[in-house]
Design a protein around this ligand. Sequence first.
Ligand code: Q46
Ligand code: ZN
Ligand code: ZN
Length: 309
Amino acid sequence: MSAMRCQKCEQQAAIHMRQHRLHLCKEHYLAWFVEQTERMIAKYNMFARQERILVAVSGGKDSLSLWDVLWRLGYTADGMYINLGITSEDDYSNASEEYARQFAEKRGLTLQVVNVAQNTGRTIPELARRTGWGKDRPCGVCGIVKRHVMNEAALQGGYQVLATAHNLDDEAAFLMQNTFQWNMDFLRRQAPVLEAGEGFARKVKPFCRFYERETAAYAILRDIPYIEEECPHSVGSKQLFYKEILNKLEVDHPGTKLQFYVGFLNARQGGLFTPAESGDEEGGRNLCPGCGQPTTSSGLCSYCKVTRE
Ligand code: Q46
Ligand code: ZN
Ligand code: ZN
């Protein structure tokens, strides 16, 4: 079989996207990826030119690609890295911080770094062990801390928008899990854009319709060094389990993930789920007396409970 050719210029294709019936060379793929991102920003009304964006960066392929694309598109986007204090053979947190720092330095971009252990006196695994939440997986505590730190940074820094790099594989896996459990709270809140409310900025996911292999291809073809290792605590998670199921479906039926997710968004827009009200997205409309962030609790929020003696 002859080598696959780019559909735009006849050069050898660097990527074949079966779900889109599209194969492109490196140059046309990079351009396509940036254009698609801009289309999604416009389609879902994510943000305007003059708005200031804070990008949550983990040092991985998705978040560094997102920051790169927003920078190329001329948006004012600063980065935010949260060092969780997760160690592993490869010193996961410090190594990924280094990737984020190098990325920012190379492009002259501003990166804020928050170190959880320096701020609270404990790393994420230590906080999780101390509270006993989530038994042997610190992800619950990790999510609470990351959300709090991001909200705080966005508000204090005067950012209108918080951008995360969740891709289609993440969104489809989350959707599948919540559908199997009929978790209506999560289903109501799952969207490419969550509007701002008191105590938190608007949240957007510009990559929500890109397959994970598309974001990986972008990072590789763009020569962005990123941490390849996953967080050691993600091993054996439910999210990975659902990702594997979806990947199996995708092999025989290319486009399944996209159909599943986009069909959900259409159903949502058509009124299948009552939209989350302002404040619900953050888990409530009370304000925590400790930190001022929204919470369902009438007392201290989860973050304050987890981090205070
Ligand atoms: S970083 Fe944190 Fe994830 Fe690691 S501890 Fe779990 S939640 S797996 S995205
Ligand atoms: Zn081409
Ligand atoms: Zn609080």
